[in-house]
Design a protein around this ligand. Structure first.
Ligand SMILES: [Zn+2]
Length: 326
């Protein structure tokens, strides 16, 4: 039984399908939708390719999941598919300033059903803009479809969760933690919010006084990148978790901090006996450990490591205003 024969029951969500099952779901979906819309399959495929920005067979599992979501939406709203009026893809103008150099997205579309951002895991409502980043190199894994904030604004208007995610993915790939001045400001204000932070267990074990000086310097000099060690980054997360009750902290922030600390401890202790002979001791080891975790979290469900860098200085610079034109 396929997605298009089961009236969209929760267990038939494309989110749980992979590889060959997704290919089948796309093929079945096109075959199911074409007669409903009174179109031939080639025409449905053409519209689908326009909507997700890539032919389903040429994309990856994330693209095919989006294709299935779109086909499911069309199967209950054939008028949208039949409409001759082509919906134009949004034109985005990216933030200016030190955070303007996020790599340009590979493709964008609109959420045709409720979905979850592939980076911050926020729910994305129907109709919101979503997009894919370019395929990454090295050890990095492709992120799924990202929400508008993660596509354009996560470095210019960072939330604490954006900075926490940077810490996690930098540690995941085994690099120092590079924060721009906006991110340094968010981290600094969170660390300074509770005056008792220097008395936490984490701070006493790895004092952050020097880190605070560097964060303030980054702010004052509007530095593009301030590099912090992995130990300092993880200590900041631990201090923020310890002081969460005394600060204005959200449930989502606490969940994320606990997930980071849990996985880092699993990596440190090799909790799942990941064989160094097969997986080495770097990103592949941490990836396998995450996949084997017996306590799944928002982070283990999304995977990684993700490339959250910006482009090299001079590349992709935009002086456009902050607003998105959609
Ligand atoms: Zn997001």
């Amino acid at each position: 039984m396929t997605l298009f024969q089961v009236e969209f029951e929760p267990q038939a969500s494309p989110d749980v399908l992979r590889a060959a099952a997704l290919h089948r779901a796309v093929t079945d979906g096109i075959a199911a939708v074409a007669p409903v819309a009174g179109m031939n399959e080639a025409r449905v495929t053409e519209r689908l390719t326009h909507m997700i920005g890539i032919a389903p067979e040429a994309g990856d599992d994330h693209d095919r999941r989006q294709a299935v979501r779109q086909l499911m939406a069309w199967s209950v709203d054939a008028a949208e598919l039949q409409s001759r009026k082509k919906r134009h893809k949004p034109v985005s103008q990216r933030p200016a300033g030190v955070a303007c150099r996020l790599p340009r997205h590979a493709r964008v579309t609109w959420a045709c059903s409720e979905m979850v951002c592939g980076l911050c895991a926020d729910p994305v409502p129907v109709g919101d803009l979503v997009g894919r980043m370019p395929t990454p190199a090295f050890y990095y894994q492709p992120m799924g479809w990202l929400c508008t904030h993660c596509l354009y604004l996560r470095r210019a208007r960072p939330r604490l969760r954006d900075v926490l995610l940077r810490v996690f993915h930098h540690v995941f790939v085994g690099s120092g933690i590079g924060l721009n001045s906006y991110e340094c400001a968010v981290m600094l204000s969170s660390l300074e919010e509770d005056p008792a932070a220097p008395r936490t267990v984490a701070w006493k074990s790895v004092p952050l006084d020097g880190v605070l000086v560097r964060l303030r310097t980054s702010l004052r000099e509007e530095k593009h990148t301030t590099w912090l060690s992995m130990a300092d980054g993880l200590t900041m997360v631990a201090v923020l978790r310890e002081t969460a009750a005394a600060r204005s902290t959200t449930e989502r922030e606490i969940e994320l901090m606990e997930a980071i600390l849990q996985h880092v401890e699993e990596w440190r202790a090799n909790a799942y006996k990941v064989e160094a002979r097969r997986f080495d001791t770097g990103p592949r080891y941490r990836q396998e450990s995450l996949a084997r975790t017996t306590r799944p979290t928002v982070l283990s469900k999304l995977g990684g490591p993700f490339d959250l860098h910006q482009c090299a200085p001079g590349a992709e610079v935009s002086s456009a205003p902050m607003d998105l034109v959609i």
